[in-house]
Design a protein around this ligand. Structure first.
Ligand code: FE
Length: 338
């Protein structure tokens, strides 16, 4: 009887040990819903997920400073330009597998990081002051045309979403053309750039400008009422428009993740990434963040679906953004984009 008790005790201890498996996620995404997702992962695998959330700069600084002693396994953040820059600093290790390659289109990942959700950077125009004739067929490249004089709002040039957008234009059109275009584009600004993406939509609603450039999920967030009644009403005054439908498609960016160079639990880290790319997890993500799924067979949130289908630029590799990021920022500053 005593021996049996000891055996049972040992078996339980071994089980406990395997339950002590963990993965440490450093995330600049601040969604309460991500926690529910990690709980599902733990229920499935027994791997505990510890989350450190914070602003990108602070998280990156901590990971770099802790060096080989860092407990961070994964870094989750928005924008391929940001992932690309951290990768260029040598902070990631190989983050790929046959499952990742199967789930994620080639243009939405690199060797050392992968997209887990998509977003588009689009136009929101005033229903009152922009005509169908003006908006139909519009490309990013047309936003330098004189008819948009004093009518455009967009946030500052230090914003990574803008840098990635301009980097994609450089990739597709070349530096010289983008340089010329930037000068006319900036001369069409209705005000000196300020505020976040939602502030641009608010500016159009308030009549300060006719066109805002912002990411798709912010519009849905405003329409959802989660940011208050005033923002919901403002969002109702604008319409979304997807540029470049007659050529390469609308600029697409990602939220993504990479396994860190000094990750102590890299096997678990890969398991968590693969979980995030399952249909179940993708459905959870898009429902809560208003992003687009990486997978084709996952429907977006209804507020996002109501914006309509559109042609996404999935030919431009998001991993290209980092290759043009320095040029993009330099040209933006030279052109006078504050
Ligand atoms: Fe954002």
């Amino acid at each position: 009887m005593k021996i049996l008790t000891v055996v049972v005790f040992i078996i339980c201890s071994i089980k406990q040990l395997s339950l002590a498996e963990e993965v440490n996620v450093f995330s600049s995404r601040h969604y309460d819903s991500d926690i529910q997702l990690y709980e599902k992962f733990t229920a499935k695998t027994g791997i505990k997920v510890n989350v450190v959330s914070g602003k990108d700069k602070a998280l990156q600084k901590r990971i770099i400073e802790e060096g080989a002693n860092s407990k961070a396994d994964l870094y989750i953040t928005a924008d391929a330009g940001r992932l690309g820059a951290f990768d260029r600093d040598g902070m990631f290790q190989k983050t790929t597998s046959s499952f990742i390659e199967k789930q994620v289109p080639k243009t939405l990942r690199s060797q050392n990081w992968t997209g887990i959700a998509k977003r588009a950077r689009v136009i929101f125009y005033s229903k009152e002051r922009v005509s169908d004739q003006e908006i139909n067929g519009l490309r990013y490249e047309d936003l330098g045309n004189k008819i948009w004089k004093n009518r455009i709002v967009i946030r500052k040039s230090d914003n990574i979403y803008n840098q990635s957008l301009i980097a994609s234009l450089i990739h597709n059109n070349g530096k010289d053309k983008v340089n010329k275009w930037l000068n006319s584009f900036i001369s069409n600004f209705a005000r000196s750039p300020k505020g976040n993406d939602r502030a641009q939509i608010l500016a159009v609603a308030a009549g300060e400008a006719d066109i805002a450039i912002a990411n798709t999920y912010y519009y849905a967030l405003m329409l959802s009422g989660q940011k208050g009644e005033e923002q919901r009403e403002a969002a109702k005054k604008v319409s979304p428009f997807f540029p470049n439908q007659n050529d390469r498609g609308t600029h697409i960016n990602i939220s993504g993740v990479g396994i860190l160079k000094n990750s102590p639990n890299s096997d678990n880290a890969l398991k968590l990434i693969e979980f995030l790319l399952t249909k179940e997890a993708q459905e959870h993500i898009v429902k809560n963040t208003f992003e687009y799924s990486i997978l084709e067979n996952v429907r977006s949130h209804e507020l996002i679906e109501s914006m309509g289908d559109f042609k996404q630029d999935l030919d431009t590799p998001v991993a290209e953004f980092i290759n043009h990021q320095a040029d993009a920022f330099k040209l933006m500053l030279i052109s006078g984009w504050k």
